[in-house]
Design a protein around this ligand. Structure first.
Ligand SMILES: [Zn+2]
Ligand SMILES: [Zn+2]
Ligand SMILES: [Zn+2]
Ligand SMILES: [Zn+2]
Ligand SMILES: [Zn+2]
Length: 363
């Protein structure tokens, strides 16, 4: 519900109540007792949607699943596209120019596959056929007679050098020197065992191509071809603009939270502006009202909060601000910027209006 602009009388009564709560009752409506100047707050936002149409050469790997069902056109400029629902958002309608869909073979592969880069087309990676025995670690324990060399030392040199404890594993016949009861049971004197990874083949399958020597060609997605066509794009791009007459010096008033703002929203370029606008506001936004080139939709929002600045005779240290709030007229006191004399306060107060006009064009 839009509240009405309070009268000067209502403003003064509210300030009277505010001042009386802190001490002496005052009558501000007596001639010359107070001076009211209006510094109303105003915000205007306009979101325009600007339409742009262009063509581009499109190229996608394989065959895009929906290419046959996309809408087609012959004259992009004449193709009807509804204005966007929300002018603050970006929309793109993608169209296919009739008769331009074609296929191109991929020149970087054969049938969508190329030689595996990991194994260089070998299908496998080199791997040792044999690995060190886990039982004897390839050391002298491989065989107490020949150390895994196949050439036994003299029995004399090693006799009794390896007494077998009660928990020691059984020794077996050495496959190298053929002596009994001397070799590591795991490798039987060989010092090495067959590699479990490649099972002795000296090659493991390439993890990339799983041994097939070829991999999917990424650029064409393994399709071996591309689909090309002429694409028409109808873009609806937001083009926001705003005018604010809400000086940052009023942030302490908490008008955003407390104020009973009058608000209106319009969507038509020629719509009549809200009645609550002051003439100064109409002048401020006049330059933002005409339709821009290729504008297909707009949304304008207006927000207005009457704000009165009240100076009270005999209280040069204070300035009072009053504005309509949901609960009535809100009054707040501020120390005046400088001590003004009784003579000077009668002069016109300088309105500290800050106009922020920012023009942002998003692409
Ligand atoms: Zn390819
Ligand atoms: Zn490979
Ligand atoms: Zn041996
Ligand atoms: Zn061994
Ligand atoms: Zn291996």
């Amino acid at each position: 519900m839009a509240s009405a602009v309070p009268s000067e009388d209502e403003i003064l009564r509210a300030v009277e109540r505010h001042v009386s709560q802190r001490g002496v009752p005052v009558d501000l409506r007596a001639p010359g007792a107070a001076k009211v100047s209006w510094q109303s707050l105003f915000e205007f936002h306009v979101h325009r949607s600007i339409e742009r149409r262009h063509e581009r050469q499109a190229r996608e790997k394989g065959s895009p699943a929906d290419i046959a069902t996309r809408p087609t056109y012959t004259d992009l400029a004449a193709y009807p596209v509804a204005p966007p629902a929300d002018p603050a958002k970006t929309y793109r309608t993608r169209l296919v120019r009739e008769g331009t869909v074609d296929e191109e073979p991929c020149d970087g592969c054969v049938g969508g596959r190329t030689t595996c880069g990991t194994c260089k087309g070998r299908g496998g990676m080199p791997c040792p056929a044999d690995v060190e025995c886990e039982g004897c670690h390839g050391g002298v324990d491989a065989c107490w007679e020949c150390d895994g060399t196949g050439t036994p030392r003299t029995r004399r040199a090693r006799a009794g050098s390896r007494p077998r404890g009660p928990d020691a594993p059984e020794r077996v016949t050495c496959r190298r020197c053929k002596r009994r009861d001397v070799a590591c049971p795991t490798c039987r004197g060989r010092t090495m065992t067959t590699c479990p990874d490649c099972d002795g083949t000296a090659s493991t399958p390439c993890e990339e191509c799983k041994g097939s020597t070829r991999t999917v060609h990424v650029p064409c997605g393994g399709a071996g071809r591309f689909t090309v066509w002429t694409e028409g794009v109808v873009a609806h791009l937001p083009d926001p603009d705003e005018v604010r007459l809400t000086g940052p010096q009023f942030a302490w008033l908490k008008t955003d939270a407390l104020g009973a703002w009058m608000r209106a929203e319009l969507t038509g370029v020629t719509d009549a502006l809200p009645d609550f606008l002051e003439d100064a506001h109409r002048e401020l936004i006049a330059g933002h009202l005409p339709a821009r080139k290729n504008e297909v939709r707009r949304r304008m929002t207006f927000a207005y909060l009457p704000l009165a600045r009240v100076e009270v005779r005999g209280r040069p240290d204070s300035v009072y601000y009053a504005f309509p709030a949901v609960t009535g007229i809100e009054v707040a006191r501020r120390p005046s910027r400088e001590r003004v004399t009784a003579l000077v306060w009668a002069a016109a107060a300088v309105a500290a209006l800050v106009v922020v006009v920012s023009l942002t064009v998003l692409r």
